[in-house]
Design a protein around this ligand. Structure first.
Ligand code: SAH
Length: 245
């Protein structure tokens, strides 16, 4: 789990009202080990540090009326400007249910880049003017509403970090998974050979790798057809020799 020496680590900067939520789940297991090994870096910036009034307020009532509060453009813009200077080429992502749904393809793009500045919303959302003025790319993790962007940011980062060079033990296991080739993954089995009267499909213990590949491909297609027919149009050829662990 060591990054190649010439590799600059993926740099994540998270802007949040709850910096103590980080690294959170990202401090453990694969992401946590990668963080400790220097494959990525994390900076959690407290948006409230950029409030200027006596009460350090970060939100205000919505223009036009209505329920809830809105994160102020001026406060958030100061935080963004402090987090990413002019030469910073990292994308600025705003976690938002209105955003483009996150896909494995976008995760791969991000993992190949220098890092990301990630803004976590709270309340009803953030003032539109800062989205426009700072060119924020809205990213959704699904069609449901969370109470804040922090968990969404961790979802995004978790997906990215496991793809960083040197992070995943078995590189092969990253390339044949669900979505990577437009199909859901085939089922997995491991020992014992028989459990509660259920056995491992014979083909998997046959030692015939061509047959195993064909079976896995057929199962992947069956599952995708049953569960996610919307993916099938996009499915590319499944490389043979697909190894799973
Ligand atoms: N009123 C907003 C929801 C605000 S939820 C609306 O209807 O669109 C508060 C914050 O949680 C958001 O600003 C966003 O940062 C985060 N959030 C909620 N759901 C999310 C999702 N599905 N994907 C990404 N971020 C989400």
């Amino acid at each position: 789990m060591e990054p190649a020496p010439e590799q600059t680590p993926f740099r994540a900067t998270v802007l949040t009202l709850y910096p103590e939520m980080f690294p959170g789940s990202l401090g453990l297991a694969l992401a946590g080990k990668a963080l400790a090994a220097g494959a990525w870096t994390l900076d959690a910036i407290h948006i409230r540090d950029f409030a200027t009034d006596r009460h350090r307020s970060v939100d205000d009532t919505p223009a036009g009326g209505g329920a809830g509060m809105v994160l102020r453009a001026d406060v958030l813009a100061r935080a963004i400007d402090a987090a990413s200077s002019d030469g910073d080429t990292r994308p600025r992502l705003l976690m938002s249910p209105r955003g483009r749904p996150l896909t494995q393809a976008r995760v791969r793009d991000l993992a190949a880049g220098p890092g990301a500045v990630i803004i976590c919303g709270r309340f009803e959302g953030i003032d539109q003017r800062v989205i426009d003025a700072r060119g924020l790319e809205e990213v959704s993790i699904g069609d449901y509403i969370l109470s804040g962007g922090e968990v969404a940011a961790q979802v995004l980062l978790d997906a990215v970090i496991r793809l960083l060079p040197g992070v995943m033990g078995n590189e092969v296991s990253g390339t044949h998974e669900s979505f990577e080739d437009g199909l859901l993954e085939h089922p997995h089995y491991t020992r014992p050979q028989e459990w509660e009267g259920r056995t491992i499909p014979d083909v998997l213990t046959s030692g015939n790798h061509a047959k195993i590949d064909a079976w896995r491909r057929a199962e992947a297609e069956r599952l995708t057809r049953e569960r996610r027919p919307d993916l099938l149009g996009a499915a590319k050829g499944h490389p043979s020799g697909c190894v799973s662990v």
